[in-house]
Design a protein around this ligand. Structure first.
Ligand code: ADP
Ligand code: MG
Length: 259
């Protein structure tokens, strides 16, 4: 099964989609690891229902200064830039210090910005790329990577560590414009790309379908607006596939067939 990045503009529904997909994958009896690579937002583990693990991957590796030193040492050694920070490992081999499992659902965070002036999020990007590249999955396992808004993960090369890119498109012209950009970036990275429409009604769905077909952007699925889901999220409750109309299983099939 694929390791995939879910991307899109801020608030389009990336974390929501990941939560719904993860639940469906678990219902299908498969294992899913959710990798939170968004260095700001905090709510994904609540939406998913696992809670956070004891440590982020960054903390597990010794914290920002240790990771920074490792990254600098790697760059200084000429020709050694590709020496990995991680060994190849399967989902079962990951430490429970940084992955919190609830049934077949695992949740981990790459790292969060914790202090004013601590520096940029580039080290998080570097370890995310290396970690994902060396993470091995079998046919019954999925890895879903949640990202920060926009396209910075392309710049940082995180996409190099996954098999495909899925973008969430909400009803906005900005999302349509961004889809063309991300389609191009995915092509450049050699990764299959498709979009999922989110928070749509019949009218906005038609407008988006028209706009995206003109740009030859493949639509892999549609999630309608759900007032129940919006309210439950607002209350800090975990999300559930029953809160939406539409079949997330079909979305998974489409995403899988894209590989
Ligand atoms: N299909 C939907 N119907 C109703 N509300 C939604 C839907 N998808 C997302 N939302 C709401 O939109 C907001 C942003 O969603 P979120 O998944 O956190 O976005 P992102 O991770 O892209 O920033 C949340 O309040 C969420 O509950
Ligand atoms: Mg999010």
């Amino acid at each position: 099964m694929p390791k995939m990045v879910i991307c899109g503009r801020g608030g389009c529904g990336k974390s929501t989609l990941i939560t719904l997909m993860a639940q469906k994958i678990e219902e299908q009896g498969k294992k899913v690891l959710i990798v939170d690579s968004d260095e700001s937002n905090l709510g994904l583990s609540i939406m998913v229902g696992t809670g956070p693990a004891e440590k982020t991957l960054m903390d597990y590796m010794g914290g920002r200064p240790v990771v920074g030193a490792k990254l600098r040492a790697r760059i200084k050694k000429e020709g050694d830039e590709k020496v990995p920070l991680f060994q190849k490992s399967s989902l079962d081999e990951l430490s429970s210090e940084f992955v919190s499992w609830n049934g077949k659902k695992g949740f981990m965070q790459i790292g969060k910005i914790e202090h004013s002036h601590e520096g940029c999020a580039c080290p998080m990007g570097a370890i995310a790329r290396d970690f994902l590249t060396n993470l091995t999955v079998n046919d019954n396992e999925w890895v879903l990577v949640d990202t920060e808004a926009g396209v910075e993960h392309f710049g940082r090369g995180i996409v190099g560590g996954v098999d495909s890119v899925v973008m969430v498109v909400d009803p906005s012209n900005d999302a349509v414009l961004l889809s063309e950009k991300i389609s191009g970036l995915s092509k450049e990275a050699g990764k299959p790309f498709g979009v999922i429409l989110n928070r749509v009604d019949d009218e906005t769905k038609t407008i988006l379908e028209d706009a995206l077909s003109k740009k030859n952007i493949p639509i892999l699925g549609v999630i309608p607006y759900s007032i129940t889901m919006a309210r439950e999220n607002l209350k800090g409750n975990r999300l559930d596939n029953n809160m939406i109309e539409g079949d997330v299983g079909e979305i998974l099939n489409k995403v899988e067939s894209q590989q």
